[in-house]
Design a protein around this ligand. Structure first.
Ligand code: SF4
Ligand code: SF4
Length: 245
C-alpha cells in the first residue's frame, strides 16, 4: 500500500517546483491524435497514473469540475473496492455520453494508447492469474474469469499527426521522465519500480480514506461476490463522500 502523502503539502511542493509545467512539456512530446471515440479503452478500467498526474487531475477537478466531485468520489470508491470482482467498473472520468471529462489532463497512459504498432503493443502480464489463485487460497474468493482473462485490444483507429507509430523505447523514455517528477514525494527506488503508477481511484482513496478502511477491501469484495451485496461498500462510499477539497 502506498504511503499516504498529505495532499495540500504535495500540491504546494509540485507548484513550487514547477512540476505541472514540466509534466505538460513531457506530454507535448506526443503527437496530437484523434479517434472514433468508441471508449473501449476507457471501459477497460481506470488507467494507471503517476502520482504527479494524480495531483494534476485532482487540481483540474477541483478547479473545473466541482459539480462532478460527488460522482467522481462515488465511482472511484466503488472502483477501488470492486475493480477485481465487478465487470461493470470503468474509468471514473468517463461521462454518460462516453466522453472523457478530464481530456485536457488525461494521464500519459491514455495519451499514448494507439500510438504503438500492433507488434509493439502489449498490455503485459497483469499478474491477475497469480492474484486470483492467491485470493482463492487465502480468502476463498473467486475472481471472475472475464476480469482475469480480459486484455485491452490494440486499437487501429487512432490518427496521429505524426503519421507513423512511435517506438516503444521512446514511450518508455517519456514515461520514465514523468516518473522522475514523483521523486520529491516518494523514495526513488519505489518510483523506478513503478510503485507510484496506480489507477486514479487508488491514489484518491489513499488521500480520502484511512489505512484501516482501505484494508477492508477483501471483506467488501467477498460480500459483493458471495451475495451481490454492497452494504459494507456503501458505508465506505458515504465516508469518502464527506471529503471536501
Ligand atoms: S483510442 Fe481507440 S479504443 Fe480508445 S476511444 Fe479511441 S477509437 Fe476507441
Ligand atoms: S481519463 Fe479519460 S481518456 Fe483516460 S480512460 Fe478515463 S475517460 Fe478515458
Amino acid at each position: 500500500m502506498l504511503q499516504q502523502v498529505e495532499l495540500y503539502s504535495a500540491l504546494g511542493k509540485a507548484e513550487q517546483n514547477d512540476l505541472f509545467t514540466k509534466l505538460g512539456k513531457i506530454y507535448a512530446n506526443l503527437p496530437q491524435t484523434s479517434c472514433t471515440g468508441c471508449a473501449t479503452c476507457c471501459n477497460w478500467g481506470s488507467p494507471p497514473a503517476f502520482f504527479i498526474e494524480y495531483l494534476n487531475l485532482y487540481r483540474y477537478v477541483r478547479d473545473n469540475l466541482k459539480e462532478n466531485w460527488p460522482d467522481i468520489l462515488k465511482k472511484s470508491t466503488e472502483y477501488f473496492y470492486l475493480e477485481l470482482v465487478d465487470t461493470n467498473q470503468k474509468c471514473s472520468f468517463l461521462s454518460e455520453d462516453n466522453r472523457c471529462s478530464v481530456y485536457e489532463v488525461r494521464p500519459f497512459t491514455c495519451r499514448s494508447y494507439g500510438l504503438l504498432s500492433k507488434e509493439d503493443f502489449e498490455t503485459g502480464d497483469r499478474g491477475l492469474k497469480k492474484l486470483a489463485q492467491k485470493f482463492k487460497e487465502e480468502y476463498d474468493l473467486t475472481l471472475p474469469d472475464e476480469i482475469i482473462n480480459y486484455e485491452l485490444p490494440w486499437c487501429d483507429k487512432v490518427v496521429s499527426g505524426q503519421r507513423s507509430y512511435i517506438k516503444k523505447s521512446t514511450l518508455a523514455g517519456l514515461a520514465a521522465q514523468i516518473g522522475t517528477l514523483d521523486y520529491p514525494f516518494f523514495p526513488q527506488e519505489l518510483v523506478d519500480q513503478e510503485g507510484t503508477l496506480l489507477p486514479y481511484p487508488v491514489h484518491l482513496m489513499n488521500t480520502v480514506l484511512g489505512t484501516g478502511t482501505r484494508a477492508r477491501k477483501i471483506k467488501v469484495m467477498k460480500q459483493f461476490v458471495d451475495g451481490g451485496s454492497k452494504e459494507l461498500l456503501n458505508g465506505f462510499v458515504e465516508k469518502a463522500s464527506s471529503y471536501r477539497f
